[in-house]
Design a protein around this ligand. Structure first.
Ligand code: SF4
Ligand code: SF4
Length: 81
């Protein structure tokens, strides 16, 4: 999963780009729900939120490292909803 750092300027642009509805406004800045972030696996070749963030505030979460297989499984689970 990816995470949003405190560089976030709350511009709102990434929210609409996320195919998994994983991004929402937290207490101060935007947050990514790691249970919903597939790093865009299953939808796009690249992470859409990273592509649009104007201040490069979105990075791989060092605490939640997942390989492509895990991300693909998460994608399939989300499709069941
Ligand atoms: Fe959503 Fe993709 Fe960004 Fe994860 S990487 S938060 S799935 S847009
Ligand atoms: Fe924050 Fe970047 Fe998302 Fe804008 S695009 S809300 S700056 S993380």
């Amino acid at each position: 999963a990816l995470k949003i750092t405190d560089e976030c300027i709350c511009c709102d642009v990434c929210v609409l780009e996320c195919p998994n509805d994983a991004i929402s406004l937290g207490e101060e800045i935007y947050e990514i729900d790691p249970d919903r972030c597939t790093e865009c696996v299953g939808h796009y070749e690249t992470s859409q939120c990273v592509e649009v963030c104007p201040v490069d505030a979105i990075i791989p979460d060092p605490d939640i490292r997942e390989d492509r297989e895990n991300l693909q499984r998460k994608y399939l689970r989300l499709q069941q909803e």
